[in-house]
Design a protein around this ligand. Structure first.
Ligand SMILES: [Cu+2]
Length: 113
């Protein structure tokens, strides 16, 4: 079930990358990099309320609910946000459904609804 969801998300992400890179030589490289990333990293899903975005640091604190895939209880914590375009969606007080990955000591948000 989860594998299918990740594969579907990856397919969407790849399609977007392909569209973006359609007229560049990098198309093939992007695709290979994505395939690698998907094997190495699990994506976790959570729902929460935005407490405080920090545009300077590229982080956001979120009061999130339980995260089953990590065995986490509900808590408030700081996430890194993958890029600025995503960070713009985290306005204070907003309810967000998001996906994140563990990267070293950080938890990086890679998608948000
Ligand atoms: Cu947490």
């Amino acid at each position: 079930m989860k594998v299918i969801a990740v594969a579907a998300a990856l397919a969407v992400a790849c399609a977007a990358a392909l569209a973006q890179a359609a007229d560049t030589k990098d198309m093939h490289h992007n695709h290979a990099a994505m395939a690698q990333a998907s094997q190495a990293q699990a994506t976790h899903q959570a729902v929460g309320f935005v407490k405080k975005p920090d545009a300077k640091l590229g982080t956001v604190s979120i009061a999130h609910g339980p995260v089953k895939s990590l065995g986490w209880p509900a808590m408030t914590m700081v996430f890194k946000v993958r890029d600025k375009a995503l960070l713009g969606k985290f306005s204070e007080g907003r309810k967000v459904e998001f996906e994140f990955q563990e990267r070293g000591k950080e938890y990086v948000i890679v998608a948000v609804k």
